[in-house]
Design a protein around this ligand. Sequence first.
Ligand code: DX5
Ligand code: ZN
Length: 222
Amino acid sequence: MIRLAPSILSADFSRLGEAVELLEEAGADWIHLDIMDGHYVPNMTIGPPAIAALKARTRLPLDVHLMVDHPGFFIPLFHEAGADWISIHVEASTHLHRDITLIRQLGAKAGIVLNPATPIHLLNDILREVDYVLVMSVNPGFGGQTFIDSTHQKIRRLKSWISGQKLSIPIEVDGGVNLDNAASLIQDGAEILVVGAAIFKAPDPRHVISRLKEIMAGANPS
Ligand code: DX5
Ligand code: ZN
């Protein structure tokens, strides 16, 4: 089942509660929340208090993408605030097995994130411990960037590796996803689409969401 996880990074930050309600009304499956520490990435966004406030505005699962150094410190704080799915960067964690295990022990779903140039084989000894893999199709830190084309082939390679091990771990793709590349990303093997600027910078975000849902319903996953 293909899921739509809109990112609110490009929404009006003075009205995030309304953005989240709009996404739920329009039929999003998850809310993708980008957490940035100004250190791992050159940007800062929101923290646990904002997550807790947004949790109260929606029934949708909160998909929290931690773009932070030392994610082990932040995992309990964001779980406590209401994160349901928590992804951490393989490049940012020195104790990856411990951090992924902690997410699951707390009762959330554990995701692992690969930056555009980070090779898939870094997942060799952790893949079986995660609930999803987030493949970055832009360099993390900002919304509205251009999709990195080589991500199509990276997702296809990752999908065939996961299927080859008889695992059913969904691939989430994040960055520059839009109406033009969504169908081919699903064909590549992506099952969770993060879409930010293509929704919130559009004149009619609801229309983009319904078009994305049509594409998702009609696409034939690999
Ligand atoms: C970038 C974030 C992405 C971003 C996606 O660091 O991880 O989730 O918000 O937004 P768009 O779709 O605008 O690239
Ligand atoms: Zn993200």
